[in-house]
Design a protein around this ligand. Structure first.
Ligand SMILES: *[C@@H]1O[C@H](CO)[C@@H](O)[C@H](O)[C@H]1NC(C)=O
Ligand SMILES: *[C@@H]1O[C@H](CO)[C@@H](O)[C@H](O)[C@H]1NC(C)=O
Ligand SMILES: *[C@@H]1O[C@H](CO)[C@@H](O)[C@H](O)[C@H]1NC(C)=O
Length: 529
């Protein structure tokens, strides 16, 4: 085990000596694509000489804590739910969003989202419990004297662990439903008139009806989450910390929020000095492809290739869907590389090859790449933006609809509906992004913005984490809005005061006038007499 870690350690110590500062980082990870993204950041931290310890649940999807070549130390939390339970939940989740959602009524979809949230919160809480009830482990972590904790507010618990250990924490984050966490807990200003709620699929140019819709989404998510948090978590947090507090208050203590988007993708919006937009920090120039894959790519000639992946979670599709898709792909002159683990579709064309895994970034960065078919996860989208490749988006769940709405609004993608997908829709969408040059031009524009930054996103992310370690926080960036109530924040008390002043003045003036008039009336009357 030690031998495979030696190259990492050697590099790390070399860096450490040169900068004179090595820190200890502890991580409360979120699974799946979030882990894929934060792993790149953690590897960079190790390269710069910091020690990284990951608190990992014994049952999880993508965090391989048995990998002995990993540069991280893992502290395994023995959670009460089994790997089987987790896999079954995931299977059920995917089955609903891939196969059943098209026949469901809107209220069934909402009920399902509520249930998913409950299940997810329950699991996060159980994971959290595993740690907070283990005083031996807490003592061990306290002795380790960590400098910073890295968490993701999607999996609650990280902020709680940081409080228990008495260390500052940094979030690495994409978004929350209706931006509720960053708005309510982080204090991020988000005027509903031009900052669309995440998951709404709206853009920053909204008609009256869309602004109304956006306003109502904000209102609904505020009320919904405040209730869920109050019912499920506020008491839990208070009990663990031994003082009255709320989840939101604890989340609001984050020193820095590293947001996984950038202004090529994001619509211009107000933000705070402790929010840093580091989208695409995982992107890299393409490396050479494996030999067999390179030969296949070269065989496409001038037509080029199409890269197709539905992300790290969706391995297979129903027979019907996979055949519709395979048939569409077979009609293209391009060669297609499809990441897919399901049953081989009967309609699969000779131009399409299926792979268990593809080097997505290297394929998108290949000169032959013409288009990317994607479910719309931020990791994949950023690889396409980085390399300037136009996209066809087939969003299915979570933030995917919203992500695709962004790249469609930027003119670099076409959206197709997964639930009603027909062969011709996909063929048309692909022909549009490949042969209408507008899409390629817009994708290249985004790519140029992504590359033309004073400091690379990965370096900025690392800088802020190191800053927090060096200065034990970043309190100078913390806005005073955290100490205000909602009516103080919106100056409603000031408005009420001013309104009262004006009302009293008007009242007095009117009274005076009336009084004068009456007196004048009386004098005039007397004169007449
Ligand atoms: C999670 O759900 C199970 C069963 O549904 C329940 O028994 C348990 O108390 C819940 N755990 C937490 C921490 O809420
Ligand atoms: C994927 O495959 C598994 C087992 O082969 C099957 O049970 C599941 O329903 C499939 N998922 C979808 C979305 O069709
Ligand atoms: C290409 O796409 C743009 C944007 O959708 C559209 O305005 C334009 O008419 C298209 N051009 C052609 C030749 O179809």
């Amino acid at each position: 085990m030690m031998r495979s870690k030696i190259p990492w350690l050697l590099l790390a110590y070399a860096c450490c000596w040169s900068t004179g500062f090595c820190g200890r980082v502890v991580v409360w990870p979120t699974d799946a694509s979030h882990w894929i993204n934060v792993k790149v950041l953690l590897q960079e931290l190790v390269l710069r000489g910091h020690e990284v310890t990951v608190l990992v649940p014994s049952s999880n999807l993508l965090i391989d804590y048995q990998d002995t070549s990993s540069p991280f130390t893992f502290e395994v939390l023995q959670v009460p739910f089994s790997q089987k339970t987790l896999d079954a939940l995931m299977e059920d989740f995917l089955n609903f969003w891939l196969n059943e959602v098209s026949n469901a009524f809107p209220w069934e979809v909402m009920w399902r989202m509520k249930k998913d949230l409950e299940v997810f919160t329950n699991m996060s809480k159980q994971t959290c419990d595993t740690l907070v009830t283990n005083s031996q482990l807490i003592a061990k972590l306290q002795q380790a004297k960590f400098d910073v904790l890295i968490a993701d507010p999607l999996s609650i618990g990280g902020e709680l662990v940081a409080e228990i250990l008495g260390i500052p924490f940094v979030y690495s984050f994409r978004f929350s439903d209706g931006n509720v966490v960053e708005r309510l807990c982080g204090g991020l200003p988000s005027p509903p008139s031009y900052v669309p709620a995440s998951t709404s699929g709206l853009t920053h140019h909204m008609s009256f009806m869309e602004r109304l819709q956006n306003f109502l989404i904000y209102l609904y998510t505020d009320l919904f989450f405040l209730k869920v948090w109050r019912d499920e978590l506020d008491e839990y947090y208070s009990n663990v910390l031994g003082r009255p507090t709320t989840l939101c208050e604890t989340i609001g203590k984050a020193e820095i929020w590293l947001i996984r988007t950038y202004w090529d993708f994001e619509f211009p919006r107000p933000f705070l000095p402790n929010f840093e937009f580091v989208g695409g920090l995982h992107c890299q120039p393409a490396k050479p492809l494996p030999k067999e894959m390179e030969e296949f790519v070269q065989s496409s000639g001038e037509h080029g290739i199409v890269v197709f992946s539905l992300g790290s979670m969706v391995y297979n599709l129903s027979d019907e869907k996979s055949n519709v898709i395979a048939k569409a792909l077979s009609q293209l002159p391009q060669k297609v590389l499809w990441r897919y683990k399901g049953k081989k579709p009967e309609t699969l064309g000779s131009n399409t090859r299926i792979y268990d895994w593809i080097p997505q970034n290297d394929l998108l960065g290949h000169p032959s790449a013409k288009a990317f078919i994607t479910h719309g996860g931020t990791n994949g989208l950023y690889e396409a933006i980085y390399h300037g490749i136009p996209m066809v988006g087939i969003p299915m769940f979570a933030d995917q609809h919203d992500n695709i709405a962004h790249v469609v609004a930027k003119g670099a993608a076409v959206h197709v509906d997964f639930n009603t997908l027909k062969t011709q829709d996909l063929v048309d969408a692909l022909n549009t992004v490949i042969y209408n040059s507008t899409y390629k031009e817009n994708a290249l524009k985004l790519s140029k913005i992504q590359h033309d930054q004073p400091v690379k996103p990965l370096d900025r992310a690392v800088f802020w984490i190191e800053f927090v370690m060096r200065h034990k926080g970043a309190k100078h960036l913390r806005p005073a809005s955290h100490h205000l109530t909602w009516y103080q924040y919106h100056s409603l008390d000031v408005l009420a005061f001013l309104f009262t002043c004006v009302a009293i003045t008007v009242f007095i003036l009117v009274k005076c006038c009336l009084c004068c008039c009456r007196r004048c009336g009386r004098i005039a009357k007397r004169k007449k007499e």
